[in-house]
Design a protein around this ligand. Structure first.
Ligand code: HPA
Length: 234
């Protein structure tokens, strides 16, 4: 048991999927895991451990934003022996060729700041995905219905951004989408020599203003969970 994760020693699997939303963790555990057991409910940040095709998996909510994710990932890595951590979440599309419902597999995650900025100081560290997970996810995604993009994303500290000039530079530099967690996940994984990846569903489009209707979210979310699980155990 750690400050924010109530699981007892050994109740967390070496492979952890991390949606931002704790209710998505519950939904994914109910729909994809056998014998899922609730292992955390501190602050309502639900976590479940169960089996997927004979492999032990934990699905633990991260909350929104890098400071929240950082708390859970630090405890998962340092105290609960997590080895493979895959974010499954949503993002806003930043390129015209990326559409609502598409999947983005994040090769890199740029930031202005992250909780690790205080450690890295003047270094513009380049947070990047684990290559083995990334390539396995790309193979898995090829067999699904969703269109998939692989490339750089932007991890922002704000959902309600007020810097159109910044978005413009991201678009100009080919950033596929914006979310709020992956850069810190990749940085912590690098620091502790763990494997990390972010698989994202496009839920809204910054250029067109479109948003995914809530009834459509579940199906696309399902593809993302399968890609993450198949990549983890490839
Ligand atoms: N901005 C930041 N995070 C997000 C967005 C967005 O537009 N959509 C989903 N997560």
């Amino acid at each position: 048991m750690t400050i924010h994760i109530g699981a007892k020693h050994g109740q967390i699997a070496e492979t952890v999927l991390m949606p931002g939303d704790p209710y998505r963790a519950k939904w994914a555990a109910e729909n994809f895991l056998d014998g899922a057991e609730l292992v955390n409910q501190i602050r309502g940040m639900l976590g479940f451990t169960g089996m997927w095709k004979g492999n032990r998996v934990t699905i633990q909510g991260s909350g929104m934003g890098m400071p929240s994710l950082s708390i859970y990932v630090n405890e998962l890595i340092r105290d609960h022996n997590a080895q493979t951590l895959i974010r499954i979440g949503s993002c806003g599309a930043m390129q015209a060729h990326v559409s609502i419902r598409d999947i983005i597999i994040a090769m890199t995650a740029s930031t202005i700041t992250s909780p690790s900025s205080g450690i890295l100081r003047e270094v513009n560290f380049a947070p990047c995905a684990d290559w083995g997970l990334l390539s396995a996810a790309v193979k898995s995604a090829a067999g699904k219905g969703s269109k998939t993009h692989v490339g750089g994303i932007y991890s922002s500290d704000v959902f309600y951004a007020e810097r159109p000039d910044l978005d413009e530079q991201m678009v100009r530099h080919g950033i596929l989408g914006v979310e709020m967690e992956a850069a810190e996940l990749y940085t912590l994984a690098a620091r502790h020599r763990r494997r990390a990846l972010a698989v994202l569903t496009v839920s809204d489009h910054l250029q067109t203003g479109e948003a995914l209707p809530s009834e459509d979210r579940e199906k696309t979310f399902g593809d993302m969970v399968e890609i993450a699980l198949e990549a983890a155990f490839a």
